[in-house]
Write a protein that binds this ligand. Structure first.
Ligand code: HEM
Length: 318
């Protein structure tokens, strides 16, 4: 009896593992339908980054903000209408999420080269994120493909599910857990902050009011371009090398120079300290784990098969 239940448990565990490892997506999804799709995305992403280095960071963040709100289904791209509750004006995205024009350009060039709309906006976001990281000297990975696009969006879910920069470690862990991501994913993916910038209002409280866990020289340097009042949208880079994928984000955390409260929370005496330390001196390990966690994030609740649609215009439901 005991051995039968053990066997049953074993089978159940294997089955759920298989579900995690093998998604409905596949890396060769467009190989036959439109072999030019992926090279076209890469070309447009590289071109956009050569015009503005920051765009790589912005495209990476778009994919993250898409996946954390009801899965990677391009819901973030939908504009407000009488029936669409756009996520673009949710707290984390309003006057902050950027890169929508680049996605539009990719979509129109890909549809042109493919002769018809075959590639989803959700897949474009996933591939553009990978190509951005590669263009900024980060790791590469095989993007799993075959996501379809949502016909709905939810500002409320975006407000509830995208993590905020004021969160402490337990809240961050909990937030990622709700998406099926563990503490290692949290630390590795937060390393996305090796790229890009944040606006003054997102780190003001940290540089003026936090005393623990912040290097005082770093705080005064940041205060120079982020006044106590006003200057809300003034930018500071999330790590010292905002257009280079490196391990400085983590070495910065070790020296208490994390820009956001949520960044420093990963190195503040809690259970993620060790992994932050490892990544701070080991770019290879960080890169490998980052790629692995990006695939995992890209697999959050995709629409597949007959679900959703392939949008013609990423901003609108067909
Ligand atoms: C762990 C929880 C996270 C929090 C609380 C958070 C919060 C933020 C905030 C507040 C900003 C600045 C936005 C602005 O000032 O307009 C930002 C920027 C950014 N985030 Fe995160 N983030 C998190 C995780 C991630 C993840 C997982 C990724 C990607 C894998 C990512 C990628 C980025 C990038 C690349 C930027 C810079 C964007 C740009 O310069 O346009 N973040 N994040």
């Amino acid at each position: 009896m005991a051995s039968t239940s053990f066997l049953l448990l074993h089978v159940l565990v294997m089955f759920s593992l298989a579900n995690i490892v093998f998604s409905d997506l596949s890396d060769d999804f467009y190989d036959d339908i439109c072999p030019q799709a992926l090279p076209t995305i890469k070309r447009v992403v590289e071109d956009a980054i050569s015009q503005e280095r920051r765009m790589g960071a912005s495209l990476l963040r778009l994919h993250f903000h898409d996946c954390f709100v009801n899965g990677c289904d391009a819901s973030i791209l939908l504009d407000q209408t009488s029936t669409i509750d756009s996520e673009k004006t949710a707290r984390a995205n309003n006057n902050s999420a950027r890169g929508f024009e680049v996605i539009d350009r990719i979509k129109s060039e890909v549809d042109k080269v493919c002769g018809r709309p075959v590639i989803s906006c959700a897949d474009i976001l996933a591939v553009a994120a990978r190509d951005s990281v590669v263009a900024l000297h980060g790791p590469t990975w095989e993007v799993e493909l075959g996501r379809r696009d949502s016909t709905t969006a939810s500002r409320t879910t975006a407000n509830n599910d995208i993590p905020t920069p004021l969160m402490d470690l337990p809240a961050l862990i909990d937030n990622f857990k709700k998406q099926g991501l563990d503490e290692e994913d949290l630390v590795a993916l937060s390393g996305g902050h090796t790229l890009g910038f944040a606006q003054c209002f997102t780190f003001r409280n940290r540089i003026y009011n936090e005393t623990n866990n912040i290097d005082s020289t770093f705080a005064s340097q940041r205060q120079a371009n982020c006044p106590r009042s006003g200057g809300d949208s003034n930018l500071a880079s999330l790590d010292p090398t905002s257009a280079l994928f490196d391990s400085k984000y983590f070495s910065n955390l070790v020296s208490k120079k994390g820009l956001l409260h949520s960044d420093q929370a990963l190195f503040s005496g809690g259970e993620t300290d060790e992994l932050v330390k490892t990544y701070s001196t080991n770019l290879r390990t960080f890169s490998k784990d980052f790629a692995k966690s990006m695939i995992k994030m890209g697999n959050i609740k995709p629409l597949t098969g007959n679900e959703g649609q392939i949008r013609i215009d990423c901003r609108r439901v067909n």
